[in-house]
Design a protein around this ligand. Sequence first.
Ligand SMILES: [Zn+2]
Length: 315
Amino acid sequence: MSIAYAEVDVNVHPAKLEVRFTDEQRVSRSVVVACSEALIRSYIPTIEIRREEPVEKTTPVFTIPEEAQQVNLRAPIMQQSTSLHESSYTSAPPRVPTYRLSTREPEEERPRSIPVFLTKSADPLTEPFHIVGCAFDTYWYVQQGENVYCIDQHAAHERLLYDALMARSAAIISQALFLPEDVRLLPTESDVFFANKTELERFGFVFSDASETSVTLLAVPQINGTALKTAFLHDVLEFLSGSEEARPNDWFRDAIAQSACKHAVKAGERLSHDEIQQLLERLTGQDSLLTCPHGRPVAIRFTKTDIEKMFKRVL
Ligand SMILES: [Zn+2]
């Protein structure tokens, strides 16, 4: 994490053991967000994709940028953009000196950041993006090549969190209850329960002594680090009785989407230029980006021609 000098007052303690931040809330929020995301990500195994020795050149449909191939998912998220000041701007932002609170690797060794934004077309490797601005503390305008994207910050962050949680939920975590808990099954729930029992167990519920009218719960699934309350069993069963096709999997997907929604930045929440930049860096190269988990668009694209047509510069 880094912070501009101007945001820190060091003259509050004679021995400089304490400093004061201009916007303390933002600092604490950044720390909370960084920690929770790092914790989420720490469950994802590190993937190292080796670059193969050059073989016969076939024309790739979509090239994975070198940077993306070396992404270490365990690395603190903030670090992923440490080299952004060197690269991505067409018109450079004011160069603010920054405090480096922690670095794991020397900056020179980090691959240069080559943002690939939303598009897979043409030659994304050569297209830097540039934040034009943010409207209503919600919509970022980002220019890349001949395109301008309007991005909903909540939807974008939600998508990132959702993907991280989904990746993690591949390994379902089950948490044993301190004391076994009896849950009474309503007559309407009983059938659904027995029809889906095995699948529910795959998601981390552990039952014993199931009868027509009650079931004893020994363990419950964890979502985003929080064990579900036993009452959630009723929610799942209600969801499952809603339609023939409903599967426990769909319910968990929903629960994960809700968790992502709850933890994502809100519309109207003011983010700094750096925070936007960091989120954008993480969005680059994602292809699941087009909608949030609820199906709303993350980004809307206008081409330069679209805009010129609106102004009747071209027909
Ligand atoms: Zn949401």
